[in-house]
Write a protein that binds this ligand. Structure first.
Ligand code: BG6
Length: 532
Protein backbone atom coordinates (compact mmCIF):
# COMPACT_ATOMS: atom_id res chain seq x y z
CA UNK A 1 0.00 0.00 0.00
CA UNK A 2 2.78 2.38 1.04
CA UNK A 3 4.72 1.48 -2.06
CA UNK A 4 1.71 2.14 -4.33
CA UNK A 5 1.11 5.45 -2.63
CA UNK A 6 4.75 6.39 -2.97
CA UNK A 7 4.73 5.50 -6.66
CA UNK A 8 1.53 7.50 -7.16
CA UNK A 9 3.07 10.49 -5.46
CA UNK A 10 6.25 10.32 -7.52
CA UNK A 11 4.09 10.07 -10.65
CA UNK A 12 2.22 13.15 -9.44
CA UNK A 13 5.47 15.10 -9.06
CA UNK A 14 6.56 14.08 -12.56
CA UNK A 15 3.23 15.13 -14.03
CA UNK A 16 3.52 18.51 -12.29
CA UNK A 17 6.98 18.96 -13.74
CA UNK A 18 5.79 18.02 -17.23
CA UNK A 19 2.84 20.38 -16.91
CA UNK A 20 5.15 23.20 -15.85
CA UNK A 21 7.22 22.77 -19.02
CA UNK A 22 4.06 22.70 -21.10
CA UNK A 23 2.77 25.75 -19.30
CA UNK A 24 5.88 27.82 -19.76
CA UNK A 25 6.02 27.09 -23.48
CA UNK A 26 2.40 28.22 -23.98
CA UNK A 27 2.43 30.96 -21.37
CA UNK A 28 2.61 33.81 -23.83
CA UNK A 29 -0.40 32.72 -25.85
CA UNK A 30 -2.49 31.73 -22.83
CA UNK A 31 -1.85 34.96 -21.01
CA UNK A 32 -2.60 37.11 -24.01
CA UNK A 33 -5.99 35.45 -24.35
CA UNK A 34 -6.72 36.98 -20.95
CA UNK A 35 -5.99 40.53 -22.08
CA UNK A 36 -8.37 42.95 -20.37
CA UNK A 37 -10.99 44.87 -22.37
CA UNK A 38 -10.85 48.68 -22.52
CA UNK A 39 -11.29 49.82 -18.92
CA UNK A 40 -11.32 53.01 -16.90
CA UNK A 41 -10.24 52.21 -13.34
CA UNK A 42 -11.10 54.71 -10.64
CA UNK A 43 -9.13 54.14 -7.44
CA UNK A 44 -10.65 55.69 -4.33
CA UNK A 45 -7.83 56.18 -1.83
CA UNK A 46 -5.31 57.00 -4.54
CA UNK A 47 -2.78 58.49 -2.16
CA UNK A 48 -2.98 55.50 0.19
CA UNK A 49 -0.40 52.91 1.00
CA UNK A 50 -2.11 50.05 -0.83
CA UNK A 51 -2.29 52.04 -4.07
CA UNK A 52 1.45 52.70 -3.95
CA UNK A 53 2.60 49.29 -2.70
CA UNK A 54 0.27 46.94 -4.54
CA UNK A 55 -2.26 48.40 -6.98
CA UNK A 56 -0.04 50.51 -9.22
CA UNK A 57 2.83 47.99 -9.25
CA UNK A 58 0.25 45.30 -10.07
CA UNK A 59 -1.21 47.33 -12.93
CA UNK A 60 2.25 48.19 -14.20
CA UNK A 61 3.16 44.49 -14.37
CA UNK A 62 -0.06 43.76 -16.24
CA UNK A 63 0.97 46.50 -18.70
CA UNK A 64 4.43 44.99 -18.91
CA UNK A 65 2.89 41.63 -19.85
CA UNK A 66 0.71 43.35 -22.45
CA UNK A 67 -2.44 42.38 -20.57
CA UNK A 68 -3.92 45.88 -20.44
CA UNK A 69 -5.86 47.33 -23.33
CA UNK A 70 -4.37 50.30 -25.21
CA UNK A 71 -7.52 52.03 -24.02
CA UNK A 72 -6.73 51.52 -20.35
CA UNK A 73 -7.16 54.66 -18.24
CA UNK A 74 -6.79 55.22 -14.53
CA UNK A 75 -8.26 57.99 -12.41
CA UNK A 76 -6.82 58.33 -8.92
CA UNK A 77 -9.44 59.77 -6.57
CA UNK A 78 -8.17 61.31 -3.36
CA UNK A 79 -8.98 64.02 -0.88
CA UNK A 80 -5.83 66.06 -1.27
CA UNK A 81 -5.23 68.36 -4.23
CA UNK A 82 -2.69 67.09 -6.76
CA UNK A 83 -2.07 67.68 -10.45
CA UNK A 84 -2.18 64.83 -12.97
CA UNK A 85 1.54 65.32 -13.45
CA UNK A 86 2.34 65.06 -9.73
CA UNK A 87 0.19 61.94 -9.48
CA UNK A 88 2.01 60.32 -12.41
CA UNK A 89 5.31 61.18 -10.83
CA UNK A 90 4.42 59.70 -7.43
CA UNK A 91 3.01 56.53 -9.01
CA UNK A 92 6.18 56.14 -11.09
CA UNK A 93 8.21 56.41 -7.89
CA UNK A 94 5.98 53.85 -6.16
CA UNK A 95 6.39 51.41 -9.04
CA UNK A 96 10.16 51.92 -8.97
CA UNK A 97 10.12 51.00 -5.29
CA UNK A 98 7.57 48.20 -5.10
CA UNK A 99 7.21 46.52 -8.48
CA UNK A 100 8.56 42.99 -8.87
CA UNK A 101 10.07 44.17 -12.15
CA UNK A 102 12.15 47.32 -12.57
CA UNK A 103 10.44 50.28 -14.19
CA UNK A 104 10.79 50.22 -17.95
CA UNK A 105 10.70 53.84 -19.15
CA UNK A 106 9.08 53.06 -22.48
CA UNK A 107 6.23 50.97 -21.06
CA UNK A 108 5.66 53.37 -18.18
CA UNK A 109 5.79 56.34 -20.56
CA UNK A 110 2.86 54.91 -22.54
CA UNK A 111 0.89 53.89 -19.47
CA UNK A 112 1.40 57.01 -17.44
CA UNK A 113 -0.03 59.33 -20.08
CA UNK A 114 -3.38 57.63 -19.34
CA UNK A 115 -3.21 58.36 -15.61
CA UNK A 116 -5.37 61.14 -14.22
CA UNK A 117 -6.07 62.52 -10.78
CA UNK A 118 -9.37 63.71 -9.36
CA UNK A 119 -9.43 65.54 -6.02
CA UNK A 120 -12.58 65.62 -3.94
CA UNK A 121 -14.29 64.52 -0.76
CA UNK A 122 -15.91 61.08 -0.66
CA UNK A 123 -19.22 62.36 0.59
CA UNK A 124 -19.82 65.20 -1.89
CA UNK A 125 -22.30 64.38 -4.68
CA UNK A 126 -20.98 67.20 -6.90
CA UNK A 127 -17.51 65.66 -6.83
CA UNK A 128 -18.99 62.43 -8.19
CA UNK A 129 -20.83 64.41 -10.88
CA UNK A 130 -17.51 65.92 -11.92
CA UNK A 131 -15.98 62.44 -11.85
CA UNK A 132 -18.76 61.23 -14.10
CA UNK A 133 -18.08 64.04 -16.60
CA UNK A 134 -14.40 63.19 -16.57
CA UNK A 135 -15.16 59.54 -17.28
CA UNK A 136 -17.45 60.52 -20.16
CA UNK A 137 -14.72 62.73 -21.62
CA UNK A 138 -12.22 59.85 -21.52
CA UNK A 139 -14.82 57.54 -23.04
CA UNK A 140 -15.38 59.99 -25.91
CA UNK A 141 -11.65 60.09 -26.52
CA UNK A 142 -11.62 56.28 -26.69
CA UNK A 143 -14.58 56.45 -29.04
CA UNK A 144 -16.67 53.63 -27.55
CA UNK A 145 -18.59 52.67 -24.41
CA UNK A 146 -16.02 51.53 -21.87
CA UNK A 147 -16.37 49.59 -18.67
CA UNK A 148 -15.54 51.34 -15.40
CA UNK A 149 -13.99 49.56 -12.46
CA UNK A 150 -14.39 51.44 -9.18
CA UNK A 151 -11.75 50.26 -6.74
CA UNK A 152 -12.59 51.20 -3.14
CA UNK A 153 -9.29 51.20 -1.32
CA UNK A 154 -10.05 53.68 1.45
CA UNK A 155 -10.48 53.30 5.20
CA UNK A 156 -13.81 51.52 5.82
CA UNK A 157 -15.32 54.63 7.42
CA UNK A 158 -15.88 56.08 3.93
CA UNK A 159 -17.06 52.92 2.12
CA UNK A 160 -20.67 53.96 2.69
CA UNK A 161 -20.59 57.49 1.18
CA UNK A 162 -18.53 56.25 -1.78
CA UNK A 163 -20.96 53.44 -2.56
CA UNK A 164 -23.96 55.72 -2.08
CA UNK A 165 -22.51 58.38 -4.34
CA UNK A 166 -21.63 55.84 -7.00
CA UNK A 167 -25.29 54.83 -6.94
CA UNK A 168 -26.80 58.31 -6.80
CA UNK A 169 -24.56 59.75 -9.52
CA UNK A 170 -25.55 56.94 -11.90
CA UNK A 171 -21.96 55.67 -12.09
CA UNK A 172 -22.98 52.28 -10.69
CA UNK A 173 -25.09 51.68 -13.81
CA UNK A 174 -23.53 53.72 -16.53
CA UNK A 175 -24.81 51.81 -19.52
CA UNK A 176 -28.31 50.79 -18.69
CA UNK A 177 -28.41 47.72 -20.87
CA UNK A 178 -25.08 46.36 -19.69
CA UNK A 179 -24.93 46.89 -15.94
CA UNK A 180 -21.73 44.85 -15.75
CA UNK A 181 -20.01 47.70 -17.55
CA UNK A 182 -19.63 49.15 -14.04
CA UNK A 183 -17.87 47.03 -11.47
CA UNK A 184 -16.90 47.72 -7.91
CA UNK A 185 -13.95 46.18 -6.08
CA UNK A 186 -14.07 46.48 -2.31
CA UNK A 187 -11.03 46.09 -0.13
CA UNK A 188 -11.05 44.54 3.31
CA UNK A 189 -12.00 44.90 6.07
CA UNK A 190 -15.51 44.00 4.96
CA UNK A 191 -17.33 45.02 8.14
CA UNK A 192 -16.26 44.61 11.77
CA UNK A 193 -18.84 42.01 12.71
CA UNK A 194 -21.93 40.31 11.33
CA UNK A 195 -24.28 43.27 11.53
CA UNK A 196 -21.88 45.77 9.95
CA UNK A 197 -21.11 43.28 7.15
CA UNK A 198 -24.84 42.80 6.56
CA UNK A 199 -25.33 46.55 6.51
CA UNK A 200 -22.51 46.97 4.00
CA UNK A 201 -23.92 44.21 1.80
CA UNK A 202 -27.32 45.90 1.91
CA UNK A 203 -25.80 49.25 0.83
CA UNK A 204 -23.97 47.53 -2.02
CA UNK A 205 -26.92 45.45 -3.13
CA UNK A 206 -29.19 48.48 -3.37
CA UNK A 207 -26.82 50.01 -5.94
CA UNK A 208 -25.12 47.10 -7.66
CA UNK A 209 -26.07 43.70 -8.88
CA UNK A 210 -24.02 40.99 -7.07
CA UNK A 211 -22.42 40.17 -10.45
CA UNK A 212 -20.85 43.66 -10.43
CA UNK A 213 -19.30 43.26 -6.97
CA UNK A 214 -15.77 42.02 -6.28
CA UNK A 215 -14.94 41.69 -2.56
CA UNK A 216 -11.24 41.24 -2.45
CA UNK A 217 -9.18 38.89 -0.28
CA UNK A 218 -5.64 39.00 -1.60
CA UNK A 219 -4.93 35.48 -0.29
CA UNK A 220 -7.17 34.12 -3.04
CA UNK A 221 -4.89 35.76 -5.61
CA UNK A 222 -1.82 33.93 -4.32
CA UNK A 223 -0.61 31.36 -6.80
CA UNK A 224 -0.38 28.62 -4.17
CA UNK A 225 -3.90 29.21 -2.93
CA UNK A 226 -5.25 28.84 -6.45
CA UNK A 227 -3.17 25.75 -6.82
CA UNK A 228 -4.91 24.19 -3.83
CA UNK A 229 -7.96 23.52 -5.99
CA UNK A 230 -5.75 21.91 -8.63
CA UNK A 231 -3.97 19.75 -6.07
CA UNK A 232 -7.23 18.57 -4.60
CA UNK A 233 -9.28 18.07 -7.72
CA UNK A 234 -6.80 17.38 -10.53
CA UNK A 235 -5.16 14.46 -8.72
CA UNK A 236 -7.01 11.30 -7.98
CA UNK A 237 -4.70 10.19 -5.17
CA UNK A 238 -5.81 12.72 -2.56
CA UNK A 239 -9.57 12.88 -2.84
CA UNK A 240 -10.28 9.30 -1.63
CA UNK A 241 -8.38 9.95 1.61
CA UNK A 242 -9.45 13.57 2.13
CA UNK A 243 -12.02 12.83 4.80
CA UNK A 244 -12.70 11.70 8.38
CA UNK A 245 -11.73 8.08 7.67
CA UNK A 246 -8.09 8.97 6.97
CA UNK A 247 -7.49 12.50 8.23
CA UNK A 248 -6.87 12.97 11.94
CA UNK A 249 -6.66 16.79 11.90
CA UNK A 250 -6.19 19.78 9.63
CA UNK A 251 -4.11 22.79 10.62
CA UNK A 252 -3.99 26.23 9.07
CA UNK A 253 -1.15 28.48 10.21
CA UNK A 254 -0.72 32.07 9.04
CA UNK A 255 2.22 33.40 11.03
CA UNK A 256 4.01 36.70 10.48
CA UNK A 257 7.26 37.97 11.94
CA UNK A 258 6.31 41.63 11.59
CA UNK A 259 4.59 43.51 14.39
CA UNK A 260 1.97 46.19 13.82
CA UNK A 261 4.58 48.82 12.90
CA UNK A 262 2.98 52.10 11.85
CA UNK A 263 -0.49 50.55 11.51
CA UNK A 264 -1.23 50.67 15.23
CA UNK A 265 -4.25 52.96 14.82
CA UNK A 266 -5.97 50.54 12.46
CA UNK A 267 -4.77 47.35 14.10
CA UNK A 268 -5.82 48.14 17.64
CA UNK A 269 -9.44 48.46 16.47
CA UNK A 270 -9.10 45.24 14.53
CA UNK A 271 -6.94 42.50 16.06
CA UNK A 272 -5.87 39.16 14.62
CA UNK A 273 -9.36 37.69 14.39
CA UNK A 274 -10.74 40.51 12.24
CA UNK A 275 -7.54 41.29 10.37
CA UNK A 276 -6.49 37.77 9.36
CA UNK A 277 -8.83 35.00 10.49
CA UNK A 278 -12.25 36.21 9.35
CA UNK A 279 -10.96 36.54 5.79
CA UNK A 280 -7.64 34.92 4.84
CA UNK A 281 -7.63 32.00 7.27
CA UNK A 282 -11.32 31.18 6.79
CA UNK A 283 -10.81 31.18 3.02
CA UNK A 284 -7.94 28.71 3.33
CA UNK A 285 -10.13 26.56 5.55
CA UNK A 286 -13.05 26.71 3.10
CA UNK A 287 -10.88 25.72 0.13
CA UNK A 288 -9.41 22.81 2.08
CA UNK A 289 -12.70 21.52 3.43
CA UNK A 290 -15.14 22.14 0.56
CA UNK A 291 -16.69 19.45 -1.60
CA UNK A 292 -15.65 19.21 -5.27
CA UNK A 293 -17.58 21.90 -7.18
CA UNK A 294 -19.70 20.78 -10.12
CA UNK A 295 -17.66 23.05 -12.43
CA UNK A 296 -15.12 25.85 -12.31
CA UNK A 297 -17.92 28.34 -12.60
CA UNK A 298 -17.43 31.06 -9.92
CA UNK A 299 -20.84 30.38 -8.39
CA UNK A 300 -20.25 26.63 -8.22
CA UNK A 301 -17.01 27.16 -6.31
CA UNK A 302 -18.45 29.80 -4.01
CA UNK A 303 -21.52 27.65 -3.29
CA UNK A 304 -19.25 24.86 -2.05
CA UNK A 305 -17.17 27.22 0.08
CA UNK A 306 -20.30 28.61 1.74
CA UNK A 307 -21.59 25.09 2.38
CA UNK A 308 -18.33 24.18 4.13
CA UNK A 309 -18.39 27.35 6.24
CA UNK A 310 -22.03 26.77 7.19
CA UNK A 311 -21.14 23.29 8.46
CA UNK A 312 -18.88 24.71 11.18
CA UNK A 313 -20.23 24.01 14.64
CA UNK A 314 -20.64 27.12 16.85
CA UNK A 315 -17.54 27.59 18.97
CA UNK A 316 -17.43 26.78 22.64
CA UNK A 317 -16.23 29.96 24.34
CA UNK A 318 -16.61 29.23 28.02
CA UNK A 319 -14.64 27.29 30.55
CA UNK A 320 -11.16 25.89 30.67
CA UNK A 321 -11.55 24.00 27.45
CA UNK A 322 -12.71 26.88 25.28
CA UNK A 323 -12.18 26.49 21.53
CA UNK A 324 -10.51 29.88 21.24
CA UNK A 325 -7.24 31.32 22.56
CA UNK A 326 -6.10 34.94 22.29
CA UNK A 327 -2.89 36.65 23.28
CA UNK A 328 -0.71 39.64 22.56
CA UNK A 329 3.04 39.80 22.10
CA UNK A 330 5.47 41.04 24.69
CA UNK A 331 9.00 42.13 23.91
CA UNK A 332 11.30 39.44 22.59
CA UNK A 333 13.70 38.55 19.81
CA UNK A 334 12.46 38.09 16.25
CA UNK A 335 15.10 36.63 13.96
CA UNK A 336 17.76 37.67 16.46
CA UNK A 337 16.55 41.30 16.48
CA UNK A 338 15.05 42.92 19.56
CA UNK A 339 11.31 43.54 19.19
CA UNK A 340 9.19 45.72 21.44
CA UNK A 341 5.95 44.49 22.96
CA UNK A 342 2.55 45.29 21.46
CA UNK A 343 1.66 47.70 24.27
CA UNK A 344 4.79 49.72 23.55
CA UNK A 345 4.03 50.06 19.82
CA UNK A 346 3.15 53.50 18.42
CA UNK A 347 -0.53 54.35 18.71
CA UNK A 348 -1.42 51.44 21.02
CA UNK A 349 -3.08 52.34 24.34
CA UNK A 350 -1.11 50.86 27.22
CA UNK A 351 -4.20 49.07 28.52
CA UNK A 352 -5.16 47.63 25.12
CA UNK A 353 -6.74 44.18 25.11
CA UNK A 354 -6.50 43.67 21.34
CA UNK A 355 -5.21 40.23 20.40
CA UNK A 356 -2.22 39.96 18.08
CA UNK A 357 -2.53 36.18 18.07
CA UNK A 358 -5.47 33.85 18.02
CA UNK A 359 -5.89 30.10 17.74
CA UNK A 360 -9.16 28.28 17.18
CA UNK A 361 -10.25 24.66 17.28
CA UNK A 362 -13.35 23.93 15.25
CA UNK A 363 -15.36 21.10 13.78
CA UNK A 364 -17.40 20.80 10.61
CA UNK A 365 -20.55 18.81 11.22
CA UNK A 366 -20.85 17.28 7.79
CA UNK A 367 -20.48 13.85 6.22
CA UNK A 368 -16.86 14.34 5.20
CA UNK A 369 -15.40 15.96 8.31
CA UNK A 370 -17.51 15.00 11.32
CA UNK A 371 -15.18 14.59 14.32
CA UNK A 372 -12.02 15.88 12.60
CA UNK A 373 -10.58 18.90 14.43
CA UNK A 374 -9.48 21.87 12.36
CA UNK A 375 -6.94 24.05 14.15
CA UNK A 376 -6.43 27.60 12.93
CA UNK A 377 -3.88 30.10 14.19
CA UNK A 378 -2.58 33.46 13.12
CA UNK A 379 -0.30 35.92 14.83
CA UNK A 380 2.10 38.81 14.47
CA UNK A 381 5.70 38.82 15.76
CA UNK A 382 5.99 35.08 15.61
CA UNK A 383 8.99 32.87 15.24
CA UNK A 384 8.91 32.68 11.46
CA UNK A 385 6.80 33.80 8.51
CA UNK A 386 4.80 30.78 7.49
CA UNK A 387 1.42 30.39 5.84
CA UNK A 388 0.62 26.76 5.39
CA UNK A 389 -2.02 24.09 5.55
CA UNK A 390 -1.21 20.72 7.08
CA UNK A 391 -3.41 17.73 6.54
CA UNK A 392 -2.36 15.16 9.10
CA UNK A 393 -3.44 11.61 8.42
CA UNK A 394 -4.32 8.94 10.98
CA UNK A 395 -1.51 6.83 12.36
CA UNK A 396 -1.26 3.35 10.89
CA UNK A 397 -2.16 0.49 13.23
CA UNK A 398 1.09 -0.16 15.12
CA UNK A 399 1.13 -3.92 14.92
CA UNK A 400 4.25 -4.36 12.81
CA UNK A 401 7.84 -3.19 13.19
CA UNK A 402 8.31 -4.26 16.81
CA UNK A 403 7.20 -3.17 20.20
CA UNK A 404 9.88 -0.48 20.50
CA UNK A 405 8.58 1.35 17.48
CA UNK A 406 4.98 1.13 18.43
CA UNK A 407 4.64 4.72 19.48
CA UNK A 408 7.24 6.02 17.09
CA UNK A 409 5.24 5.70 13.92
CA UNK A 410 4.68 9.29 12.86
CA UNK A 411 1.47 10.12 11.11
CA UNK A 412 1.78 10.95 7.41
CA UNK A 413 1.13 14.55 6.65
CA UNK A 414 0.67 16.67 3.58
CA UNK A 415 1.90 20.23 4.01
CA UNK A 416 0.85 22.86 1.49
CA UNK A 417 3.13 25.84 1.89
CA UNK A 418 1.34 29.00 0.77
CA UNK A 419 4.36 31.18 1.52
CA UNK A 420 7.31 31.40 1.76
CA UNK A 421 9.16 28.53 0.09
CA UNK A 422 5.93 27.74 -1.78
CA UNK A 423 5.40 24.06 -2.37
CA UNK A 424 4.01 20.77 -1.16
CA UNK A 425 5.62 18.19 1.09
CA UNK A 426 4.38 14.72 1.88
CA UNK A 427 5.89 13.09 4.95
CA UNK A 428 6.22 9.32 4.91
CA UNK A 429 7.83 6.76 7.19
CA UNK A 430 10.83 5.00 5.80
CA UNK A 431 13.21 2.35 7.04
CA UNK A 432 16.46 3.76 8.28
CA UNK A 433 19.33 1.90 6.58
CA UNK A 434 20.85 -0.65 8.91
CA UNK A 435 20.45 -4.14 10.22
CA UNK A 436 17.69 -3.25 12.64
CA UNK A 437 14.25 -2.12 11.48
CA UNK A 438 14.10 1.46 12.62
CA UNK A 439 11.66 3.95 11.15
CA UNK A 440 12.31 7.52 10.20
CA UNK A 441 9.98 10.10 8.67
CA UNK A 442 11.20 11.29 5.26
CA UNK A 443 9.88 13.98 2.95
CA UNK A 444 8.80 14.01 -0.68
CA UNK A 445 8.86 17.62 -1.65
CA UNK A 446 7.92 19.81 -4.55
CA UNK A 447 8.92 23.51 -4.63
CA UNK A 448 7.35 26.05 -6.95
CA UNK A 449 10.58 27.95 -7.43
CA UNK A 450 12.65 24.98 -8.49
CA UNK A 451 9.94 23.61 -10.77
CA UNK A 452 8.38 26.73 -12.23
CA UNK A 453 10.95 29.46 -11.60
CA UNK A 454 10.25 32.48 -9.45
CA UNK A 455 8.67 34.90 -11.92
CA UNK A 456 5.20 34.53 -10.46
CA UNK A 457 2.55 37.25 -10.73
CA UNK A 458 1.62 38.93 -7.47
CA UNK A 459 -1.82 38.34 -6.00
CA UNK A 460 -3.05 41.80 -6.94
CA UNK A 461 -2.08 41.39 -10.60
CA UNK A 462 -4.22 38.32 -10.91
CA UNK A 463 -7.14 39.79 -8.99
CA UNK A 464 -7.27 43.12 -10.82
CA UNK A 465 -7.05 41.34 -14.16
CA UNK A 466 -9.84 38.94 -13.17
CA UNK A 467 -12.07 41.81 -12.08
CA UNK A 468 -11.48 43.62 -15.39
CA UNK A 469 -12.32 40.40 -17.22
CA UNK A 470 -15.46 39.86 -15.13
CA UNK A 471 -14.25 36.67 -13.46
CA UNK A 472 -15.41 36.56 -9.84
CA UNK A 473 -14.03 33.13 -8.94
CA UNK A 474 -11.30 34.48 -6.68
CA UNK A 475 -13.51 37.05 -4.97
CA UNK A 476 -15.76 36.64 -1.98
CA UNK A 477 -19.51 36.52 -2.31
CA UNK A 478 -21.72 38.41 0.16
CA UNK A 479 -23.03 35.25 1.85
CA UNK A 480 -19.51 33.88 2.30
CA UNK A 481 -18.41 36.88 4.27
CA UNK A 482 -21.60 36.88 6.35
CA UNK A 483 -21.24 33.18 7.15
CA UNK A 484 -17.70 33.70 8.32
CA UNK A 485 -18.76 36.67 10.47
CA UNK A 486 -21.65 34.75 11.97
CA UNK A 487 -19.21 32.17 13.32
CA UNK A 488 -16.73 34.72 14.66
CA UNK A 489 -18.96 37.55 15.92
CA UNK A 490 -19.87 35.65 19.14
CA UNK A 491 -16.12 35.33 19.82
CA UNK A 492 -15.64 39.08 19.43
CA UNK A 493 -18.62 39.78 21.66
CA UNK A 494 -17.35 37.35 24.26
CA UNK A 495 -13.94 39.01 24.28
CA UNK A 496 -15.43 42.49 24.39
CA UNK A 497 -17.33 41.46 27.52
CA UNK A 498 -14.29 39.87 29.18
CA UNK A 499 -11.79 42.77 29.12
CA UNK A 500 -8.35 41.29 29.63
CA UNK A 501 -9.66 38.11 31.28
CA UNK A 502 -8.33 35.17 29.30
CA UNK A 503 -5.97 37.35 27.26
CA UNK A 504 -2.59 35.62 27.30
CA UNK A 505 0.83 36.84 26.26
CA UNK A 506 3.71 35.40 24.27
CA UNK A 507 7.23 36.59 23.76
CA UNK A 508 7.81 38.13 20.33
CA UNK A 509 9.67 35.63 18.17
CA UNK A 510 7.96 32.52 19.56
CA UNK A 511 5.13 30.34 18.27
CA UNK A 512 2.51 31.88 20.56
CA UNK A 513 1.10 31.15 24.03
CA UNK A 514 1.11 27.75 25.73
CA UNK A 515 -2.67 27.77 25.87
CA UNK A 516 -2.69 27.39 22.10
CA UNK A 517 -0.81 24.08 22.47
CA UNK A 518 -3.40 22.92 24.98
CA UNK A 519 -6.11 23.31 22.34
CA UNK A 520 -4.58 20.37 20.51
CA UNK A 521 -3.30 18.22 23.34
CA UNK A 522 -6.75 16.95 24.29
CA UNK A 523 -6.92 15.22 20.91
CA UNK A 524 -3.33 14.00 21.00
CA UNK A 525 -2.19 16.52 18.39
CA UNK A 526 0.46 19.17 18.26
CA UNK A 527 1.05 22.16 16.01
CA UNK A 528 3.04 21.37 12.90
CA UNK A 529 4.99 23.80 10.83
CA UNK A 530 7.31 22.71 8.06
CA UNK A 531 10.98 22.72 8.84
CA UNK A 532 10.53 22.44 12.63
C1 BG6 B 1 -3.38 41.93 5.41
C2 BG6 B 1 -3.39 42.31 6.86
O1 BG6 B 1 -4.66 41.61 4.97
O2 BG6 B 1 -2.52 40.79 5.22
C3 BG6 B 1 -1.98 42.57 7.39
O3 BG6 B 1 -4.18 43.47 7.05
C4 BG6 B 1 -1.08 41.40 7.07
O4 BG6 B 1 -2.00 42.81 8.79
C5 BG6 B 1 -1.17 41.02 5.60
O5 BG6 B 1 0.25 41.76 7.40
C6 BG6 B 1 -0.42 39.72 5.33
O6 BG6 B 1 -0.38 39.51 3.95
P1 BG6 B 1 0.75 38.59 3.32
O7 BG6 B 1 0.40 38.53 1.87
O8 BG6 B 1 2.06 39.27 3.60
O9 BG6 B 1 0.66 37.28 4.02
Amino acid sequence: MLRCFLLDFIRYLLILKFMSQELSSTRQSRDSSRKAPPTIIVIFGASGDLTARKLLPGLYNLGFDDLLSDDFHLIGYGRSEMSDEAFRQSMGDAIGKHSRRPLNEEIWGQMSSNLHYHAGPYDAPDSFDRLSQRISAIESSIGTETQCLFYVSTPPSVFKPILENLGDSGLARRHRHTPASSKVVIEKPFGRDLSSAQELNAIINRRFDESQVYRIDHYLGKETVQSLLVQRFANSIFEPIWNRRYVSCVQVTVAETIGVGSRGGYYDRSGALRDMVQNHVMQLLALTAMEPPSSLDPEAIRDEKVKALRAIRPLDLDGDDSDVVRALYKEGLVGGEKAIGYLQEEGIPEDSSTETYTAIRLYLDNWRWKGVPFYLRSGKCMSRKASEITVQFSRPPAILFGEGNRFDISPNSLVIRIQPNEGVTLTLNSKKPGLATKLQPVELSFGYDTTFGSDTPEAYERLILDAMNGDGTLFIRGDETETSWSLLTPVLEHWAGSGTKGLGTYAAGTWGPLDADKLLIRNGHEWQVSGT
